[in-house]
Design a protein around this ligand. Sequence first.
Ligand code: NAP
Length: 248
Amino acid sequence: MFRLEDKVALVTGGSRGIGRAVCTTLAGAGAHVIVNYQGNEAAAAETLDQVKAAGGQGEIRQFSVTDSNAADTAIRDIAKAHGRLDILINNAGIAMDQLLLRVSQDEVEQTFSTNVAGAIYCAKAAIRPMMRKKAGRIINLSSVVAELGNAGQAVYSASKAAVIGLTKTLAREYASRGITVNAVAPGFIDTDMTSSLPAEMKEWIVSQTPLARVGTPEEVAAAVLFLASDEAAYVTGQVLRVNGGMYV
Ligand code: NAP
């Protein structure tokens, strides 16, 4: 079950956190994984080492998802080199938490540029080679706060709600081409993104989570693997929630 032999997968933001776990999980299932990163070359190299240690294959490709030309060029190159791109995981994301009254224009623009525009640029570029094969999987990382809301995360939660709108629309637009598009909405996952939260905030989040613990990147990656697999062929336009019951 859930094997990805002969499949080529691009994971944006594959250098750390959830993206790294997705890279190793997809590679462990047999996919050739392209590890994208923005600035952290050493972390991307470590991900590739872990991919190889898991018996998988992969390569690194640096670009910022905020740069539509760079994303387009990278994805064209990948499709040309491998003759295909089967799976795109739009995982790259940033959070700049702030109460609304303190939010700056720059924070709004940076967050939407990465979390929303980045996913749009990569999907647009990836859909071309997928259409040629009449098959493809696009999986977008949303968040529990897209549906639940969270004080201090107005901009981030708005960007992650936009990802759900994007997911549902692309699912309808490309279903006839054999391409499924789904979102995974994690709850609180232990990564660099959440490591700077104050201890009281973490305790409060756990208290709001029926399973009473934070999640791991590997638990999110398992959901991504399912959606990327042939077994998920009849699943499109959905939001798969991996949140310990925080939002039900
Ligand atoms: P993380 O540990 O902060 O890692 C972020 C990753 O995104 C890094 O690999 C980073 O690359 C990459 N990245 C950031 N901006 C980029 C850009 N412009 N172009 C390409 N790559 C870029 O984050 P995470 O916690 O693993 O989160 C991964 C995804 O899950 C995000 O979309 C996040 O919003 C979502 N999510 C996370 C949680 C959570 O609790 N952690 C919950 C819900 C949703 P570099 O290493 O080069 O900087």
